[in-house]
Structures are given as C-alpha cells and as structure tokens.
Write a protein that binds this ligand. Sequence first.
Ligand code: HSE
Length: 391
Amino acid sequence: MASFAIMGFGTVGSGVAEVLRMNADPIAEKLGEPLSLKYILDVRDLSATPYADVAVKDFAVLENDPALDVVVESIGGAKVALEFTRRALMAGKHVVTSNKELVAAHGKELLAIAREKNVNYLFEASVGGGIPVLRPLFQCLAGNRIEEIVGILNGTTNYILTRMVKGGIPFDEALKEAQAKGYAEQNPAADVEGLDAGRKICILSDLAWGKEVLPEKITTQGISGLDLKDVAIASAAGYRVKLLGRALKLADGRQAAYVAPHLVPESCPVAGVDDVFNAIMIRGNAVGDVMFYGRGAGDLPTASAVMGDIIDALQHRSKRRDLGWSESAELAGLDELSMPWYLRGGSALTAIGCKVLSESDGAFLTGSMSAKEAKALAEKLGAAALLPVLQ
Ligand code: HSE
C-alpha cells in the first residue's frame, strides 16, 4: 500500500481527495497497489467532515512517519509552504505541488534538495491547472531547442475577459463569479495584475532553458488598466484581447519573459480560448508549434495534474525524475523586443504608415518596433492606449 498526505485542504487539496475517491481503482491498477490518503494537515477543524480520522494539525506527524511516501503541498504562498516542503524533502518524502508562487521563487533550491535526497519534487499542476504541459516540455520536447513559449496562463483573467466581452457583465461581477468557481487566488490582485501568469511563464522558462528566471525580474502587466473600448475596437478589426505570458530565447543567447494583454489575430488558435481555459503554445526547432489546451484552474482539473504527479513519483521511487534549473538566466528587457503595437488616441496616422483599425477613435497598428520605440511614439502622439500585438 502506497500512502500520501495532503497539506492544506482548500480548493486543490480537497480536489485531490475527491479524485482519489472517484478513481481509486484505476489509480491502484496503474500503481500496482492501492493508494491511501493517510493524513490531511490543516489548521481548520475537520472533525465534522468525512476526513476526520485522517486530520492532523502537527506537521511533525508527517515528517516522522517513515511509511509515508508522498506529501502534497497545497497550502499556497511561500512561507509555511516553503518550510514544510524543505522539511518533507529532507525527511525523504516525495513532494508534489500546485504552488506556482513557491516553485517560481524557490524551485531551484527545492529541486536541489530533492536531488540530494534522491526524491521527486513535481509540480505539473503549477502551470495550466489540469493541462499536461510541463512534463511534455521537459520530456517529450527534450530533443528540441525551444525557441518561444506563449500562452494564456491565468484562468481567472481569461474568465473575466470572456464574461465582460461576451456576457456583457461588469469586471467586479465577473471576478466574483471566478472566485465562486474556485478559480481565483486568495488575493485577486495576483490574478488581475498578472503576477500569477508571471510566475507560470517563469516556471516554463526555467524548464525550457534550464536557467532561473525570477518573477520579480520580468515585466508584468495585468488587465486592471485595460479599457473595454480597446477590446471592442480590436474585436471589430478581427483581433481578440488576451492576457498572455511570453518567453523567448534571443539570437544572442539571452532570454526574455513578460506578461501583458495583447491583441491576438482571430486566425491564431489562442484567440478562441475562452472562459477558464488556458492554452500554451511552444515552438521547438524540430517540432514547430505545438499547443496545449484545457482547464487552467478549478479543483478537479488541478487535482488531476496533482494525482498524475503522485503516481509518477511513486513509479519513480528508486530512479527519480531528474529535472531542475541552475544559475540565473541573462535577461533582455521588454524594451528590447520588437513586435507590432496597437495605439489609440494618436494623431498623424497616415504619416507613419500604420494600419488604421478605427479612424474615429484614432486606433491603429504599427509595424514591428521595440517596446521602447513604441512607448516613445505613443508619447509623441499622445496615445491613450498601447498594447503589443501577437504575430
Ligand atoms: N488563479 C489561478 C488561475 C489558479 O486563475 O489561473 C490556477 O493557477
């Protein structure tokens, strides 16, 4: 009998318990032995729940149980979760998590501990919720030089944008709906201001190029400053506005990563990704473009990815999955990247040879230019909106 514990019984933790309840038989068949949920560690009183007999409040119970194989960390944040993850790995437990904040900020250190202790630290659920994307990136696409990653990485903001545009409801109401469905972070600013997507694009960069990219080093712009007028103009001109995380390997060997709302042409598959769905496009020099699509948040989709990692960890007990990243990547700033830009409220459209989207609003698309040049142009023309355009 293999056993695991859940630390933090919120949306994800309770989803993992539910997936085990739903799928105990196929999980046991894949493992060749039953999987038992031995402990749930949570500060709340679980005595009135069906999990009363496995509820504990002291982490040391997990740490000191030599028969406990895997610990799921679904506490969130990077304080208690960091301490318990370090201690669980040091105690020789495999650790599985959905905690992108922790992986993005401390993954390098935690993976080094896992290597030293010959255990697995797996985090498929930290990017794209239920979408298998990290394992394909470091395993199936290992034969490629990865050139670019771009994706809708936050379910909450994609849900909000979709409900505002297609449902015609105001921002606050759409956010409340996302919270009620269990998509949003405890602090919605992490979703709305793009921090969550930033953590995810950093984890994708870490795995794609093997060098650490810390979230505080990248430019992150969310949807709070987005004017629905620009969404409407873009829509009428055949573009959708999507919050994208993007990471690139430049010709000079440096990397770049950022998060910003983009205009996406309707012909791009990412443009049609709505509601809580995420989509991640990866370009490899052998495979070309591949896209991973599915539910990016929510209890059962995220728990599906966690359970996959639990099974993988147990199947790799003696020969651990060797993944990790090393020293800091050398980063180019967004100001150095060239792409077309959307501007609104500017003047002298014809003089600079731009594609006009709405003459009455003074909205247009520039040719390819750096963010620095685009900002200077926007300032010179007195533009009210400036957004990158995905090519
Ligand atoms: N708040 C996150 C999202 C949860 O909306 O995508 C999944 O990481």
